[in-house]
Design a protein around this ligand. Structure first.
Ligand code: ADP
Ligand code: MG
Length: 411
């Protein structure tokens, strides 16, 4: 290589595994804190009778609390500890039925390819050469002229996959991230397939979904689908202070860094129990201090906390705010103003403050829950999903106030 040529890529030594924090949605952090118990509980449910209620689960939490990461941990555990076949789909990928079918077909193909591999190799977590596996492989050997589009034969193919897995002494774990994005009719359809396969045919098919909490009142309250009604709900809580502290400190130590006690206090307070914020603060102070071998001081932590809040606003709050109507914005602004005196104000009180008629209160409440900015506070009350939302909304509203009721809606 030309020695004169400038270098643009960072040193390979600074590559991925040298980074202690992972400030990106869906990125598994090197130190996952506070989720062991939840993951164990879900895994124990999945390990029970597939025809029982515990075999179908959903993780609920606002954005950035670690649903995708927890779901991925469960998938990895199912593969590594039980050799289960995992079919993972996201509700935002397009038609959930077609996407699930595509993944089921892909899983079948992996088995087909696995046949040609030397014994002992693992494909999709399944051991090749287990009795019964070859019977399942014939499914994908001949191209299927019948299939004109994905989705048509999902129930049949998923059932065959589960049956092949059962013959090999295994199970199929189906996961659906971003389940809130699925239309009700599709969720009902998918639910009826899963129930049919697991309960009627008694095949080893188990399920874990992940979604924003508001689906407890929409999808999960659906009277027509017993699958949706009976999903076992697991709520991810914010991290406790000791958990946040450990989540910041351990990766720093493990990567050859140090943090002063005062700096750790500042950083922990800035995290506010929010896993995404933890990764942001950690990453920024690690970089500010200059990486391995350096000590993170209170100055680094303070600067990182300020930058991280900005990042949280840009990536979490601003996009959501922009998608809201003017009245939604006024509702949220009223709630943020009230949050100073009452952390979970009553919906009626919010409407009064915002000058919104009570008749449309439930519609705004639902829309705001849907946005992930607020969560249910119990008994007609609402809570902001993160402590940084109230001051951010107040600043934003001061800078550009939403139009008053009566003016044309912005969308
Ligand atoms: N238990 C945890 N401990 C530390 N960091 C976490 C934890 N759970 C998630 N994170 C981090 O938080 C961020 C958001 O996680 P993600 O799973 O994408 O959230 P969600 O799916 O709920 O929006 C990611 O940067 C991830 O690395
Ligand atoms: Mg996610």
């Amino acid at each position: 290589m030309d020695p004169q040529r400038p270098r643009y890529f960072p040193d390979e030594a600074d590559a991925l595994d040298a980074v202690p924090f992972t400030p990106g949605f869906g990125s598994t952090p090197p130190c996952l804190v506070g989720r062991d118990e939840l993951i164990r509980t879900v895994c124990a449910s999945l390990a029970g009778d597939p025809a029982s209620e515990g075999a179908t689960n959903v993780l609920l939490a606002p954005r950035g609390l670690g649903k995708t990461v927890a779901l991925n941990e469960i998938e990895d555990a199912a593969r590594a500890e039980r050799g289960w076949l995992v079919v993972a789909v996201s509700g935002t990928d397009g038609d959930p039925i077609a996407e699930t079918h595509k993944e089921v077909c892909r899983a079948m193909e992996s088995w087909g390819q696995a046949q040609g591999e030397p014994a002992g190799r693992h494909v999709s977590g399944m051991s090749v050469g287990i009795g019964g596996l070859s019977a399942a492989l014939s499914v994908s050997e001949a191209p299927e002229p019948r299939r004109t589009r994905y989705g048509d034969d999902l129930r049949r193919d998923l059932s065959e996959l589960a049956s092949a897995a059962a013959e090999a002494g295994s199970r199929v774990l189906l996961t659906m991230d971003e389940m809130h994005a699925i239309p009700l009719a599709k969720a009902r359809q998918l639910g009826s397939y899963i129930q049919h396969i697991a309960k009627r045919e008694r095949r080893g098919l188990v399920f874990v979904g992940a979604a924003l909490p508001y689906i407890a009142e929409t999808l999960l309250a659906d009277r027509k689908s017993t699958f949706l009604q009976r999903l076992a709900i697991h709520r991810l809580s914010p991290l406790s202070e000791p958990q946040s502290r450990r989540g910041l400190q351990e990766p720093i130590r493990a990567h050859g860094g140090h943090i002063e006690p005062g700096a750790l206090d500042i950083a922990t307070a800035a995290v506010g129990g929010h896993p995404y914020m933890l990764q942001l603060v950690g990453d920024k102070m690690w970089r500010a201090a200059g990486g391995p071998g350096n000590t993170i001081t209170a100055r680094h932590a303070g600067a990182a906390a300020a930058q991280a809040s900005e990042s949280l606003e840009d990536h979490l709050f601003a996009p959501t705010w922009q998608s809201l109507s003017d009245t939604d914005k006024r509702f949220l602004a009223a709630m943020s103003a009230l949050a100073g005196t009452d952390s979970a104000p009553r919906v009626a009180e919010i409407c009064e403050t915002a000058g919104i008629g009570q008749s449309s209160a439930s519609a705004y409440r639902r829309r705001l829950l849907l946005s992930g900015m607020v969560s249910p506070g119990g008994r007609g009350r609402l809570r902001l999903a993160h402590p940084a939302i109230a001051p951010w909304v107040q600043r934003t509203v001061t800078a550009s106030p939403p139009a008053a009721e009566g003016s044309l809606p912005s969308k």
